[in-house]
Design a protein. Structure first.
Length: 291
């Protein structure tokens, strides 16, 4: 990749029209300056008039309306439709600083093995760093990479090389939404793509007031963490994760409500099982022990 790559921004949304419109206004100056080459909004079957509002308020955006809620796979729809070699993700309640995406694009142009860059994520309105940033910053520093190596990310803080993302299949349809980033991180590493954290690239996240409560989100993460383990981690670890999920479901009714979905997704997860090699497994363990 030579010169300065162009950057597309892909936003997924569902039934959060007002949050999305605020985000689009924050990204508008980056579109006008040319820092964002194209803005792609993937509407996951919203019922609140999101699509019509986007057409009215941001007619230059590429709007991809889906017939059903694809969850995080909506990002893959956007990446496939993009025309830029670098793609940044945003949620309907997150946005990027001016200059951040140009800086990320330069890094991809300078480092051929780089598959994903994670920026510093600032939580608004407090203006404090997301707690995940401190963990990401502790990763090992490898020669030739612009920041600490990472084995995980938050979707709204990630910028990807389009070719790398599509090579590994993007976010998994098995998981839907919630903790889906771990599987992508494992797959990028298994394919030899580097991933790193760069704190000078800044995104902002103003968590929507309409998102699920923390116990519900945590239960969803536990479901998907277990499915990820079954798809990629060593058998003993996958079985231990599954047993832990069952114990949590017995004790916690919120986790228990996720079990029908877990069982429904289990056959597809087992069909897609590809255990990572020992090197990637060690990277995964090291990242988790540093948390």
């Amino acid at each position: 990749m030579s010169g300065l790559p162009q950057v597309s921004v892909v936003i997924i949304t569902r039934d959060r029209r007002d949050d999305l419109l605020r985000t689009l206004e924050r990204l508008r100056p980056l579109v006008h300056s040319g820092e964002i080459a194209e803005l792609i909004v993937v509407d996951n079957a919203s019922t609140d008039g999101t699509a019509a509002a986007v057409r009215e308020r941001m007619p230059g955006a590429r709007l991809l309306v889906q017939p059903r809620n694809l969850g995080a796979v909506g990002r893959t729809v956007g990446v496939e439709a993009s025309r830029s070699p670098v793609v940044a993700f945003a949620d309907d309640d997150s946005w990027w600083d001016a200059g951040a995406l140009s800086a990320a694009a330069r890094l991809f142009g300078q480092h051929d093995a780089l598959g994903l860059v994670h920026g510093r994520l600032v939580v608004e309105p407090a203006g404090t760093d997301d707690a995940a940033c401190a963990q990401l910053a502790t990763g090992p520093q490898h020669p030739g990479l612009p920041g600490p190596s990472i084995m995980g990310h938050l979707g709204c803080g990630a910028v990807v090389r389009r070719a790398a993302y599509l090579e590994v299949g993007g976010y998994s349809a098995v998981l839907g939404f919630g903790g889906e980033e771990a599987l992508l991180a494992l797959d990028l590493a298994a394919h030899g793509w580097a991933q790193c954290y760069v704190d000078t690239i800044v995104a902002h996240h103003a968590p929507s007031s309409s998102r699920e409560d923390w116990p519900t989100r945590w239960a969803l993460y536990r479901r998907n963490d277990t499915l990820t383990a079954l798809m990629r981690l060593p058998g003993r670890t996958a079985l231990r994760e599954t047993a832990q999920l069952v114990r949590q479901a017995v004790a916690d009714p919120v986790v228990r409500r996720q079990m029908p979905q877990f069982l429904r997704r289990l056959p597809a997860a087992l069909r897609r099982r590809r255990r990572v090699d020992d090197e990637v497994w060690q990277q995964w363990q090291d990242a988790r022990s540093a948390a």
